[in-house]
Design a protein around this ligand. Structure first.
Ligand SMILES: [Zn+2]
Length: 103
């Protein structure tokens, strides 16, 4: 499988403040899993493209490490919106206005 093939599957994450390039792969359970487009050796999801041209994902384990026909990727959940959503956001508590009211 080539990175070029994944480029064809690439979409942009629509979450505000993210905009990362991701792609969706199918898990064994048939669910679509968003993954970072770039390969990452620290990833725990092995991806390969099946005969029908669909990206298939599985979690790697000690028993079933990444095979030569697979590439490692990080689940996009792990990187989505970082650091924008965690550091850039100012949370204003709604109770603040009422708490200021004095008797
Ligand atoms: Zn995202």
């Amino acid at each position: 499988m080539s990175q070029l093939f994944l480029e064809r599957l690439a979409v942009t994450c629509g979450r505000a403040g993210c905009g990362a390039r991701i792609f969706f792969a199918r898990t064994a359970a048939g669910k679509a899993m968003p993954l970072d487009l770039e390969q990452d050796v620290a990833g725990n999801v092995a991806v390969h493209v099946d005969g029908a041209g669909r990206a298939q994902a599985r979690i790697v384990s000690a028993d079933l490490p990444c095979a030569t026909h697979e590439h490692l990727h990080l689940p996009h959940f792990a990187t989505c919106g970082k650091p924008a959503s965690t550091k850039g956001q100012v949370v204003v508590p709604i109770y603040k206005a009422r708490a200021k009211r004095q008797r």
